[in-house]
Design a protein around this ligand. Structure first.
Ligand code: BGC
Length: 376
């Protein structure tokens, strides 16, 4: 049966027809007789403002197309209704599998129900989709460990700990501030939990002091991970908590875009050179890798999006051939309705010394791109 013909009739008809005559089990993608070229994978990405999602989208598309599949790749401009609409369209156009990196992890239940009704398996890409029974698989990194790695990089940057985990020379007390990502992104909570579990003993014994007193995720979160909002919050913190000669020593930042906003606020306030606060990050965005190379940003967490894309493709292909994708975690990611079987990839901390061995030698960036602070 040609699903594309059915798709033209609309998703309701598609759902009925599939139930009536395809015989596919729940979550089983295409039909036995389908060739890759007959199958379409809908890929819904959140935004193009961050280069990681562009790289993710491109990698998934290239890898699927190399296997002969059709790809319907859409970016939603960080707008929730746009993403809902794009996913709706993918379903009505007859997608055989959906790969979705949600903007708001709680906002797609309706779309996922429509996908389930049309027997379309859903793979949550990097960000878990919450509050829906219709998430079939999750591919991501070990998000709790990202937070642990960020907090550890802050401790290493301050000299409280060494890179091999031993106690460092520095005793503090150090003035720090905390930032978290968007509260509607499940990952933001994992990052912050991992970081706070790591920092708490040092806050409790007085080595670290959060000068503003803002330590809950609600107080430190940045909606939609926006760089400008992080810059504004850092400016406000400098005005409210550092106006009597107290200096910022370190900032826990969960994402390179936020780190750049924080760095701009610190630079505008006169911080420079050896006294520049230790600022962490995530994603190894090229502009931030240059800042690390220049000794401005202290670290980032590298998540190889090429490997994530590969896992998403492996999972999609399993569904398309009536198999169950192989999970390596079946406990951690409860989306509020069920534990979603997951494939989690490891992450790597990148300090200045790691840029060459980790990012350049692996072909992620060229030395020229790092020097220019621009990819491509
Ligand atoms: C991703 C991070 C990214 C952040 C902002 C999170 O869901 O896991 O890699 O930095 O979104 O785009």
């Amino acid at each position: 049966m040609n699903r594309r013909v059915l798709a033209a009739l609309g998703s309701a008809v598609l759902a009925l027809s599939m139930a009536a005559c395809s015989g596919d089990g729940a979550g089983s993608g295409g039909n036995d007789s389908d060739q890759p070229g007959d199958l379409t994978i809908g890929v819904s990405m959140p935004t193009q403002t961050s280069e990681r999602w562009i790289a993710d989208g491109n990698s998934v598309k290239e890898k699927l197309e190399a296997k002969g599949y059709q790809v319907d790749l859409q970016y939603a401009g960080d707008d929730i209704p746009t993403q809902s609409q794009q996913v709706d369209q993918m379903i009505t156009r007859g997608a055989d599998v959906l790969i979705i990196a949600a903007i708001d992890g709680t906002a797609l239940s309706g779309q996922l129900q429509a996908a389930a009704d049309a027997d379309i398996p859903v793979i949550a890409y990097d960000r878990l989709i919450r509050d829906s029974p219709n998430v079939d698989f999750y591919v991501s990194f070990d998000n709790y460990k990202v937070g642990v790695a960020q907090a550890t990089a802050l401790l290493v940057g301050l000299g409280v700990q060494t890179k091999d985990g031993a106690k460092g020379e520095a005793k503090g007390p150090f003035n720090i501030e905390l930032f978290a990502g968007s509260l509607d992104d499940n990952n933001a909570h994992f990052f912050f939990d991992g970081a706070m579990d790591t920092l708490k003993p040092f806050i409790d014994d007085g080595t670290l002091k959060v000068t503003s007193g803002q330590t809950s995720i609600e107080q430190v979160a940045i909606l939609r991970w926006q760089q400008e909002a992080a810059q504004k919050r850092m400016e406000d913190l400098l005005t409210s908590s550092y106006n009597s000669g107290t200096k910022v020593d370190g900032v826990l930042s969960p994402y390179d875009g936020l780190s750049r906003g924080i760095i701009t606020a610190l630079q505008n306030a006169g911080y420079k050179g050896a006294d520049f606060p230790v600022v962490t990050g995530q994603d190894a965005e090229i502009a931030s890798v240059k800042l690390i190379d220049d000794g401005v940003q202290s670290s980032t967490i590298f998540k190889d999006t090429r490997l994530l894309a590969e896992q998403a493709v492996i999972a999609a292909e399993a569904f398309l051939t009536d198999k169950t994708p192989e999970a390596n975690d079946t406990e951690t990611y409860n989306n509020g309705v069920k534990v979603v079987p997951s494939y989690l990839l490891p992450v790597q901390t990148v300090y200045k010394d790691d840029i060459k061995p980790v990012l350049i030698d692996s072909g992620y960036f060229t030395a020229e791109e790092v020097a220019a602070g621009q990819a491509g």
